[in-house]
Design a protein around this ligand. Structure first.
Ligand SMILES: Nc1ncnc2c1ncn2[C@@H]1O[C@H](COP(=O)(O)OP(=O)(O)O)[C@@H](O)[C@H]1O
Ligand SMILES: [Ca+2]
Length: 497
């Protein structure tokens, strides 16, 4: 008993000096770490907002983007928080009643007023970009397109946002900003990773944009767009085919068939049993087909389907010119295209159509995809309608054509093969944001992607706190050891008295 007591009494850690040092040391460490944690705690997040209206040929959509206020330049952080589909057709359809174009945007704009916090309204930039529908209207009737823009501008200026203008995007801008969006959302730009090509299919035009090792912009410079983003140079190949969006392509295919003679068009791209009376004037009311208008045609024609994939593909091929090419290689219509280099993201109508047809999985062999589409096109129209009672009839009637057009455009037009077909991914969204040109357009106009790589703190906050804590503990232990001479002596073998 007494030996144990002696040992306890002689334990050097139980002397008042070391106890006091320990207590002060622990308090000092807690204080140091607390100060470090509080001082460097990330500030409560405040957000900034941006609004882009995508005035497409078939409809207008509004997108709201949000990013942390402190990190304008630190990318990969802008996200789409809301989207609103404007009711009614695209703004180019209001050529004869421009005021209605402005009015049509009101509901979505009011929604945006609710979604963006009031105190941010005045600093929130608002852009409207119009694509191929307005490009065509501008070609056809520039006075009408100016009036539409005027009406749209007046309507948008009534809202409390920072209005930055409405304009028609060039085909190159549409293609390249789609490419920026896809690669930004995938975090490929900031990390300098290999990029993804972008395939956008609209109603009135279609875009292809990708980086190819064998393209430096010297052959066909009009297809070249260069970007310097986060310290990396990109030489992008991009082309926009006006009239090769799926709605205008359908018009061209129909116009080609109705040249056989007025009356009835028996269309292999429509289901057997499908039959509609259509108006020649409506069909030819577009610069994409106006020169093919037959002379002395009756006002209407009967459009009936017989559902034949191969025949449909043959008709679709007739709207492509595969013969003229003054470059080393071309896609179609004499347009230069370098060697395809994947991967590719295909969005907008590419996704809507392939998703409806259950064909978004590109690891299915191309021949099987074609077989499935063949069966789908041959299905009677009545059966299709019964199976899909909730799908808009106009879309439903056209999925056979649209699917066949997509496969033809990809394989015959852009030269995707059975192997490279699997490099394509049909996508709608990336990390919650829609794939499309709008985000890239806003990032560019707000200078949100720096040319050089931003300086980033060498350590994340949690790493910083851990290192400060470990170093503080180590210093404390060293300190205790430096006080060794002050420690009371302790004998190796306790003596029994
Ligand atoms: N659910 C859907 N199913 C099929 N097609 C769709 C669907 N939603 C939109 N689309 C089509 O996507 C295309 C979008 O094109 P849009 O952006 O309006 O034209 P552009 O980009 O040529 O100006 C249109 O052809 C439209 O009909
Ligand atoms: Ca579009």
């Amino acid at each position: 008993m007494s030996a144990q007591r002696e040992m306890k009494e002689k334990n050097p850690w139980h002397t008042p000096v070391t106890i006091i040092i320990t207590v002060i040391g622990v308090i000092a460490i807690v204080a140091l770490v607390t100060v470090a944690v509080l001082q460097n705690r990330p500030l409560p997040q405040k957000y900034k907002y941006g609004i882009v209206l995508d005035a497409g040929s078939s409809h207008t959509a509004l997108y709201i983007y949000e990013w942390p206020a402190e990190k304008d330049n630190n990318t990969g952080r802008v996200e789409q928080t809301h989207s609103c589909k404007v009711k009614g057709p695209g703004i180019s359809s209001y050529a004869s009643n421009p005021l209605k174009a402005g009015e049509s945007l009101r509901e979505c704009m009011q929604e945006a007023e609710q979604r963006v916090p009031g105190k941010r309204h005045h600093e929130t930039p608002l852009y409207l970009g119009a694509t191929a529908g307005m490009r065509l209207l501008n070609m056809e009737n520039s006075v009408a397109s100016d009036k539409v823009f005027q009406a749209v501008e007046e309507a948008l200026k009534k809202f409390p946002f920072s209005y930055q203008g409405a304009r028609i995007l060039s085909g190159q801008e549409e293609g390249s900003f789609g490419w920026v969006t896809v690669n930004y959302l995938d975090d490929r730009l900031k990390q300098g990773l290999e990029t993804t090509g972008a395939l956008d299919l609209g109603g009135a035009s279609t875009q292809i944009s990708f980086v190819s090792d064998n393209y430096n912009g010297s052959e066909s410079p009009r297809n070249s767009v260069t970007f310097r983003l986060y310290g990396n140079d990109y030489n992008l190949y991009t082309h926009s085919f006006l009239c090769y969006g799926k709605d205008q392509a359908l018009r061209m295919t129909l116009a080609h068939q109705s040249q056989a003679g007025p009356g009835t068009v028996l269309d292999p791209c429509f289901h057997p049993g499908y039959t509609e009376t259509k108006n020649y004037l409506v069909l030819y009311d577009s610069p994409c087909v106006s020169d093919r208008k037959p002379q002395g045609a009756p006002a209407t024609f009967n459009h009936s389907g017989n559902g034949n994939f191969l025949e449909c593909q043959k008709n679709i091929k007739s709207i492509f010119d595969f013969n003229s090419c003054k470059y080393s290689q071309c896609s179609f219509n004499g347009v230069f295209q370098p060697l395809l280099q994947g991967p590719f993201g295909a969005f907008s109508a590419y996704y809507f159509v392939m998703n409806f047809l259950n064909l978004t999985n590109t690891s299915i062999p191309l021949d099987t995809v074609k077989e499935k589409l063949k069966d789908y096109c041959a299905t009677p129209w009545n059966q299709i309608r019964q199976q899909h009672p909730n799908i808009k009839l106009k879309y439903l009637a056209e999925y056979c054509f649209a699917g066949t057009y997509i496969l033809t455009l990809l394989t015959e037009g852009y030269n995707f093969t059975s192997e490279s077909y699997s490099d394509i991914k049909f996508i709608e969204k990336i990390k919650g944001s829609d794939a499309g040109w709008t985000l890239g357009y806003m990032l560019n106009l707000t200078n949100m992607i720096p040319a050089e790589a931003p300086d980033s703190p060498p350590l994340p906050h949690a790493g910083y706190v851990s290192i400060v804590s470990i170093i503080a503990v180590l210093i404390f232990i060293l300190f205790i050891f430096s006080l060794r001479p002050l420690w009371p002596r302790c004998s190796k073998h306790p003596q029994i008295v």
